[in-house]
Design a binder for this molecule. Structure first.
Ligand SMILES: NC(=O)c1ccc[n+]([C@@H]2O[C@H](COP(=O)([O-])OP(=O)(O)OC[C@H]3O[C@@H](n4cnc5c(N)ncnc54)[C@H](O)[C@@H]3O)[C@@H](O)[C@H]2O)c1
Length: 254
């Protein structure tokens, strides 16, 4: 039971295909107590159903563009549990028109919104988490290879993920003195709601299956297991890293 007596907050479950949900399942299998947020009323019912049978769970609204909702989430956790041990940040957004065509055409509005939701939110959430991580803690976020190399259509999201990965390093430095670790998982393509918005996910997956050393695509459960490792004490000396869970795709030159 790697996460026995640990209190975690999961941000980013939209449905049972969400990477955040795969992370939650891995954590639950190792004894964690989890709380969840949902982005809006439309997604509330799905998250409510998925988590209904979990003992001692909180379920709260949290659109990360709304400061008062973020504050309320952490206030509620403080009131209910008194502390927090880990945070899973598994959210991203870019307007659809920014995820097709030329990156050159990215509007100021699309850029700011994508960076705010996909990267800045980690900073703000980590600041709140620090207050409750009085026994140290672990924070994990999700990134993608489009931060380093050009992946057609990924566009502004690649820039947001580059900002996210750099934020992980700066946060790891600031929070290290409080024994709080911060890491990113760089997952290969997985068919989720968010992934459907980025070009042809089916085509991306067939390229990975052809070229990756393991000759297949990653499963969400494998990302979940890596999150479990990063959130547990097994990874106690790892911080500021981006760990690839992509069947080895990123090591290939051609
Ligand atoms: N699916 C992939 O191929 C893949 C690969 C690498 C990284 N990722 C990353 O994994 C993370 C999770 O995505 P996913 O693939 O599980 O898709 P998903 O659609 O299941 O999850 C995305 C989540 O982001 C949330 N979100 C969007 N805007 C928000 C806002 N303003 N406030 C709060 N929440 C908001 C959505 O509600 C949703 O729960 C994202 O950061 C994504 O970029 C996904």
């Amino acid at each position: 039971m790697l996460l026995e007596n640990k209190i975690g907050l999961v941000i980013g479950v939209a449905n049972q295909r969400s990477i955040a949900w795969a992370c939650a399942e891995a954590c639950l299998s190792q004894g964690a107590t989890l709380s969840f947020t949902y982005q809006n009323e439309r997604l509330k019912e799905k998250v409510e159903k998925l988590t209904a049978n979990l003992p001692n769970r909180l379920l709260m609204p949290c659109d990360v563009t709304d400061r008062s909702q973020i504050q309320a989430v952490f206030d509620e956790i403080e009131k209910h549990y008194g502390r927090l041990d880990f945070l899973i940040h598994s959210i991203a957004y870019a307007p659809r028109e920014a995820l097709e065509g030329e990156f050159l055409e990215t509007s100021r509005e699309a850029f700011l919104m994508s960076l705010e939701i996909s990267a800045y939110s980690l900073i703000e959430l980590s600041r709140h988490a620090k207050r409750l991580m009085t026994n140290g803690g672990s924070i994990v976020t999700m990134t993608y290879y489009g931060s380093e190399k050009v992946v057609p259509n990924y566009n502004v999201m690649g820039v947001a993920k580059a900002a996210l990965e750099a934020s992980v390093r700066y946060l790891a430095f600031d929070l290290g003195k409080y024994s709080i670790r911060v890491n990113a998982i760089s997952s290969g393509p997985i068919k989720t709601l968010a992934a459907m918005g980025v070009g042809d996910i089916g085509k991306m997956q067939s390229i990975v299956a052809e070229r990756a050393p393991l000759k297949r695509n990653v499963q969400a459960s494998e990302v979940g297991n890596t999150a479990l490792f990063l959130l547990s004490d097994l990874s106690s000396a790892i911080t500021g890293e981006t760990i690839y869970v992509d069947c080895g795709y990123n090591i290939m030159g051609i």
